[in-house]
Design a protein around this ligand. Structure first.
Ligand code: FMN
Length: 336
C-alpha cells in the first residue's frame, strides 16, 4: 500500500490516464473494477453528455474512479461548466484529475464537492502552485510521456526535484510506465505510484481506432517523436506522437478535412493537423492523424482486456517487491 493507493482508495498505485478519444466509460469502469484508478476523459465533452458518461461509469463500478478535465482546451469557463455538470453525479470517493493547472475556481469547486484533486504538472514551479491550490495528489509528467507535454524534464529529474521540495506530498509519475517492474522502480525512486496512458490505448475496452491500437502495439520508443504539428484545436503545446506521413515532411500541407468523427450521431469533420486522435467512431485517413504515444510503447504488447493488463501489472509489481527466495529463507531461519 503506497500513499497514492491509500489516498485514492486503490488496490494498486496506478492511475489510468484520462485520454481524449480513448478513455470512455468502458475503459474507465474496467480499470476501476480491476483495482486501479480508471479515469474518464472529458476533453471537449459538452456538460450534458459529460454528466451522462459519468452516470454510466458509476452504474458499472462501485470502486473509485476519476474524471479528467483539460482546462487549457476548454478554457476556465468551459472547465467550470463541465465540473458543475459532473460533480453532482460523482460518487463519494471518486476523484478529479486535471491536465495542467486548474484555476482557483475550478480547484475550489472540486474540493468543495469533497473529491480529491489530482493535478498533472511538468515543472517544479507548477507543482508548488498545484499544491497551493489544494491538490491532494500531483502527477509529475516527464518528456517520455505520450500526448501533450507539460514540461521539458525527463521524469526522474522532475521527481527528484519535486520530492526534494515536498517530502510529504503524494506524487505519481507519468511517462515510461508500462509494467509492474517500471512501477516498482518508480516507487523505489521516491514516487508513491504512477499514471499510465499508452499502456491502455490498445486495451479491448479502449475507444481508440483499431489502426491506432495496432500501431501502439507494434511501435518501439524511437517510432515516437515530440512535435508541435497537430495544433488545430490545441495550439502552443508540444506533443509526443507516433511518426506518420505528416511528421516526416518539413512543408505544411493545407489543413483540408481528411477524416470524420461521429459523436452522438453527429458527424464532425477532422482537418489535417487536428489535435483530435482517431477513435473507433472515426473514418478517413487515420494514418495521418495524431496518434499520441509514449516511449513506454516498446513494452506495450498485445491488446488485452484492461483487467488482464491491470492484473499483470499487479503481479509484476508484487514480485518486484517480494524479496528473493534465498533471503526469505534466511529471514525465516533468523526468526527461529
Ligand atoms: C492517446 C493519449 C491521449 C491523451 N489524452 C490526455 C487527456 O485527454 N487528458 C490528460 O490529462 N492527459 C492525456 N494524455 C497524457 C497522459 O495524461 C499522460 O501524461 C501520459 O499518458 C503518460 O505517458 P505514457 O502515455 O507513456 O504512459 C494522453 C496520452 C495519450 C497517450
Amino acid at each position: 500500500m503506497t500513499r497514492l493507493a491509500a489516498r485514492l482508495g486503490l488496490e494498486l498505485p496506478l492511475l489510468q490516464a484520462g485520454m481524449g478519444a480513448v478513455a470512455g466509460p468502458g475503459l474507465c469502469a474496467e480499470v476501476s473494477r480491476a483495482g486501479a484508478g480508471g479515469t474518464l476523459a472529458l476533453y471537449r465533452e459538452a456538460p450534458g453528455r459529460a454528466a451522462r458518461l459519468v452516470r454510466e461509469v458509476a452504474a458499472a463500478t462501485g470502486r473509485p474512479f476519476g474524471v479528467n478535465v483539460v482546462p487549457e482546451v476548454t478554457g476556465p469557463a468551459g472547465c467550470l461548466d463541465q465540473l458543475r455538470a459532473v460533480l453532482p453525479e460523482l460518487p463519494r470517493g471518486c476523484f478529479v484529475t486535471s491536465f495542467g493547472l486548474p484555476d482557483t475556481d475550478a480547484a475550489r469547486a472540486v474540493r468543495a464537492a469533497g473529491h480529491p484533486l489530482v493535478v498533472q504538472v511538468g515543472t517544479p514551479a507548477d507543482a508548488d502552485t498545484a499544491l497551493g491550490r489544494g491538490a491532494a495528489v500531483l502527477v509529475l509528467q516527464g518528456t517520455e510521456a505520450g500526448g501533450h507535454l507539460l514540461g521539458r524534464l525527463p521524469v526522474d529529474l522532475l521527481l527528484a526535484a519535486v520530492r526534494a521540495r515536498h517530502p510529504q506530498a503524494v506524487l505519481a509519475v507519468a511517462g515510461g510506465i508500462a509494467t509492474g517492474k517500471d512501477l516498482a522502480e518508480a516507487v523505489a525512486r521516491g514516487a508513491d505510484g504512477a499514471m499510465a496512458g499508452t499502456l491502455f490505448v490498445p486495451a479491448a475496452e479502449s475507444a481508440a481506432h483499431p489502426k491506432f491500437k495496432r500501431r501502439v502495439v507494434e511501435a518501439v520508443a524511437d517510432d515516437t517523436l515530440i512535435t508541435s504539428l497537430f495544433d488545430i484545436g490545441w495550439p502552443n503545446r508540444p506533443h509526443r506522437v507516433l511518426r506518420n506521413p505528416l511528421t516526416g515532411t518539413s512543408e505544411r500541407a493545407p489543413a483540408t478535412f481528411l477524416a470524420t468523427t461521429r459523436v452522438d450521431g453527429r458527424a464532425y469533420p477532422v482537418p489535417r493537423y487536428s489535435a483530435a486522435a482517431p477513435s473507433e467512431a472515426t473514418t478517413g485517413r487515420i494514418e495521418e492523424m495524431a496518434m499520441y504515444c509514449g516511449r513506454s510503447c516498446t513494452r506495450v504488447t498485445a491488446p488485452h482486456p484492461a483487467a488482464v493488463t491491470v492484473a499483470r501489472v499487479r503481479l509484476e509489481y508484487e514480485r518486484a517487491h517480494r524479496p528473493p527466495r534465498g533471503s526469505r529463507q534466511l529471514h525465516r531461519i533468523q526468526e527461529r
